[in-house]
Design a protein around this ligand. Structure first.
Ligand code: GLC
Length: 673
């Protein structure tokens, strides 16, 4: 049993809506181990303590040795030294004998120095100490996480189709391009549940418009795809193009729904459509109004969306561009610049995007109070999503698919996230593996990375290895940037092998979906670090490249190039299932300890825990065609394996979860429910 305490600093400048539970006790003092003085919180670490948390952040699963700031950022390169990514997830868990977790409920930036300056010290600073620090104590780290998840509320549940394989690319321009993708997947017998529409489907990147030359019959097109079990998922960006006659712009101006500058005029920035205003999502009327515009797209038959650029990302503001140009003009006669002046000149342009000074020039009006954007920055993307999601829930019975790029804790109740613009780098596959448990801790169960990598060129080997991992992540999307090598699976040699891999995902769907429902309802992790499950096993403490997925299995993905073997540590005896395809596998009993195991390309290793089982069904080319009640169990029957299967209709908001008790006495058991 874990207990949550709440210590308040100065009053929050705005309601964050991050928590929903009342499972906490107000206290006037922080505990002994949390020192708060000189505008800094300090916590001493023992050398063996592991520090988890910070959801979407760079570096390892154990955050020690890094400095991070929670400030939702549009980051072009996810480098080891990048302090922030797109989410603000202010949660830290110090895993040790007497574990403790901290959560900072504030709309403002928080900086976490986790043993960077001093390896045995955590130092936490905020520019404005407003909001509260929740600290959670308990005997067991997993209990602490559970209690925290109860505090922040139940995670988002997408429709079942959101668990299917999804193909995306920035660069599909018209109906033919999409049709070509769908046809090629079909020809190559590779399952597919969704294709994404990136910004090109719009008329000059204007939200809620359709480029009718490129998509002359979108409604019919959508309906035809749906018959095949394929959904189209369009992008919606935060910025609204400034263009007279454009309804969203006109309505926003008329009702004062846009963020303001210091003089009370709509704040101007540039993003994909050129000059834009940003809806003031913190104003609930504005966020409701923006949410209601999705109706136009829903009425065409669309039932899924991705909200993007909602940190909000800024390419430049006219104000700062002018400063940069002026500096160039002033220097044009002094071409003999010293290096510092040259860097300063260049810096003016390099710092145009996402400049903090621009965020400081932007304002929200919430209940007649003018708030500086910088101070409440982390709530922006969250409130965009909240408006979208609430509109869906008020108007439709079916669950809507929704993912967002920017996020903060609390938003996990409304949508999932993808992890943003990663690259086709092996290190980003590794980052993806290590990030998943930390995302789960802060409530983001529905998440996944751009499989294969967004930027840079992917190789067949990287895409294969990445799919081998992603086929366990709830969001299973291959997305890439315009200008990079095409990474739709049929573009690589021998697509049959990819078909086998994706079919394995569909075969595993009963298990993956059931475990998702369990993690959601029981406030548990879908991806658990070994150190949290096997707390008395010293060997597990440092393992970051093996994960427990759900309740029954452990995975050990390959994330290095030119590798066909890997080291695996087994904390107990397990049953290894080596999948070469969904119906081509063999099993081997493995004993607790250290192993060096062969893993050829396109092989997926699954380790079944003692007394546990994995469920499979016959794969189909879309989730809509799967029979989730016709199952095969592969079980580790030492001792007799038991499984509690959770299943709902995969469609409606209020659908009931049915629970089936399954018992297997043999390694392979056929079950018809
Ligand atoms: C952003 C998104 C990316 C998208 C691109 C174009 O970079 O993160 O996923 O493809 O914008 O819309």
């Amino acid at each position: 049993m874990a207990i949550i305490y709440k210590y308040s600093f100065a009053k929050k400048i705005i309601e964050t809506n991050t928590i929903v539970g009342n499972n906490y006790n107000d206290v006037k003092e922080l505990p002994q181990e949390i020192i708060y003085e000189n505008n800094e919180i300090r916590i001493n670490l023992n050398p063996r303590d592991v520090v988890y948390g910070l959801g979407q952040s760079t570096r390892g699963m154990n955050k020690r040795g890094g400095i991070y700031s929670s400030f939702c950022s549009d980051v072009v390169m996810h480098l080891e030294e990048s302090p922030s990514l797109y989410g603000a997830h202010n949660f830290l868990l110090i895993h040790r004998d007497n574990p403790i977790a901290l959560f900072f409920d504030t709309p403002s930036k928080v900086t976490f120095d986790v043993g960077f300056t001093d390896s045995n010290l955590i130092r936490i600073t905020m520019e404005e100490w407003n909001g509260a620090c929740f600290f959670i104590k308990g005997e067991n780290s997993l209990d602490i996480i559970k209690e925290f998840r109860i505090l922040i509320g139940e995670s988002y549940l997408p429709p079942l189709y959101g668990f299917g394989y999804q193909q995306s690319r920035w660069g599909y321009k018209n109906e033919e391009d999409i049709k070509n993708v769908v046809d090629k997947y079909e020809e190559n017998d590779i399952p597919l549940d969704a294709v994404y529409l990136d910004i090109d489907y719009m008329e000059r990147f204007k939200d809620f418009t359709i480029n009718s030359e490129a998509f002359p019959n979108l409604k019919d097109f959508i309906a035809n795809l749906k018959q095949k079990g394929i959904h189209l998922i369009p992008i919606i960006d935060a910025g609204v193009k400034i263009e007279s006659g454009y309804d969203v712009y006109e309505e926003g101006i008329k009702n004062n729904y846009f963020c303001q500058d210091e003089n009370g005029n709509p704040f101007i920035a540039s993003v994909w459509p050129g000059l834009v205003h940003f809806p003031d999502f913190l104003n609930s009327n504005a966020s409701k109004w923006f949410g209601s515009h999705y109706k136009k797209l829903i009425s065409l038959g669309l039932d899924g969306f991705w909200n993007d650029m909602n940190e909000p990302a800024i390419f430049y503001t006219p104000k700062r561009l002018e400063i940069a140009i002026k500096a160039v003009k002033e220097t044009k006669d002094t071409l003999d610049l010293n290096v510092y002046d040259y860097w300063a000149l260049l810096g003016n342009f390099e710092k145009l995007a996402n400049n903090i000074l621009d965020y400081k020039d932007m304002y929200h009006v919430v209940e007649n109070k003018k708030l500086n954007h910088y101070d409440v920055h982390n709530l922006y993307g969250y409130n965009m999503v909240k408006g979208t999601s609430e509109y869906f829930k008020e108007n439709y019975k079916e669950r809507m698919f929704l993912i967002s790029r920017s996020s903060c804790i609390g938003m996990h109740r409304y949508s999932g996230i993808w992890t943003g613009d990663n690259r086709s780098w092996w290190s980003h596959l590794e980052l993806n593996i290590k990030m998943m448990p930390n995302l789960n801790m802060v409530g983001f169960l529905y998440s996944g990375a751009d499989t294969g990598g967004f930027g840079s060129d992917a190789t067949r080997e990287l895409v294969c290895r990445w799919l081998e991992f992603s086929l366990f992540t709830p969001l299973f999307r291959n997305h890439s940037s315009i200008g990079t090598r095409n990474q739709e699976l049929y573009n690589f040699s021998n697509p049959k092998e990819f078909s086998n891999l994706i079919k394995l995902r569909y075969a595993l769907m009963p298990y993956l979906y059931s475990e998702y429902l369990k993690a959601l309802k029981n406030n548990t992790l879908l991806f658990t670090p070994l150190a949290l499950k096997y707390q008395n096993d010293e060997c597990c403490l440092e393992i970051e490249d093996e994960l427990i997925v759900g309740d029954s299995i452990m995975i050990a993905p390959v994330y290095k190039p030119n590798t066909t073997k890997r080291y695996v540590y087994l904390p107990e005896d397990m049953l290894l299932v080596r999948f070469r395809g969904y119906n081509d596998y063999d099993t081997k009993k493995m004993s607790k300890g250290h192993h060096f195991i062969s893993v050829k390309l396109f092989e997926v290793l699954v380790f079944i825990l003692p007394g546990k089982m994995l469920l499979l069904t016959e794969p189909k080319n879309s989730t809509s065609k799967l029979n989730m009640l016709d199952l095969i169990a592969i079980a580790n029957v030492n001792p007799t394996a038991k499984y509690e299967y959770f299943l709902d209709d995969g469609k409606y908001i209020n659908s009931e979860i049915k629970k089936y008790e399954i018992v297997a006495n043999e390694e392979k058991t056929i079950i018809k429910l």
